[in-house]
Design a protein. Structure first.
Ligand SMILES: [Fe+2]
Length: 197
């Protein structure tokens, strides 16, 4: 039985290798997602406050589920973008924005490898019976040599995602949840490369 199974596996492997599309598919799978695939833009919404503090922890003692958001800013040539301003804002766990102060608001500047990192709270949903927003984060990315990117990030497995007209699966963070550690959300922003002239 074992010998038979091994033969089947060998035959299967032969079929895959003989498939003329296999090497092409493998090449596509190895192509980094950042290549010529800029992060989609989304509306700013009504709750942006400029002049945010430069800081990584945005929580200011508010209650809620801690969320660590981190990732890189990359160019469409897949190169890290250093010195990009990453400005993050969101509502609290009850769906309320701080429109008078800077709770859950702040910016970071990417390091030499393009990395940014925030500690914030998992945002709640908000709206009413006719207009409902699924949990999301707002962000503006200002690279040193490219145009401003304004967009939003979403979370997988949220029941309201499919009922939110702004939801875009290309803007889903990747969640990592380990025991006794805060929830981590990972997202790499990809910005167009601007020719230097
Ligand atoms: Fe919002």
């Amino acid at each position: 039985m074992l010998k038979f199974r091994r033969k089947i596996l060998q035959a299967g492997a032969g079929l895959v290798l003989a498939d003329p599309m296999f090497s092409q598919r493998r090449a596509l799978a190895q192509t980094p997602e950042c290549v010529d695939n800029p992060t989609p833009r989304q509306i700013e919404g009504p709750y942006y406050t400029p002049q945010t503090p430069r800081r990584s922890n945005l929580i200011d003692g508010l209650p809620g589920e801690i969320l660590v958001l981190e990732g890189r800013v990359l160019s469409t040539a897949c190169q890290p973008v250093a010195g990009a301003i990453v400005d993050l804002w969101s509502c609290d766990a009850q769906g309320v924005y701080d429109n008078t102060g800077f709770k859950l608001r702040g910016h970071q500047i990417t390091n030499a490898q393009g990395w940014y990192r925030f500690e914030t709270l998992m945002p709640g949903a908000y709206g009413n019976s006719s207009f409902r927003r699924t949990p999301h984060l707002h962000v503006k990315i200002q690279p040193p040599a490219s145009s401003l990117l304004t967009t939003q990030l979403y979370f997988p497995d949220q029941p309201l995602n499919q009922r939110d007209g702004f939801f875009n699966p290309a803007l889903l963070v990747k969640i990592e949840q380990k025991a006794k550690q805060p929830k981590r959300a990972l997202f790499d922003f990809v910005v167009p490369v601007q020719a230097r002239g």
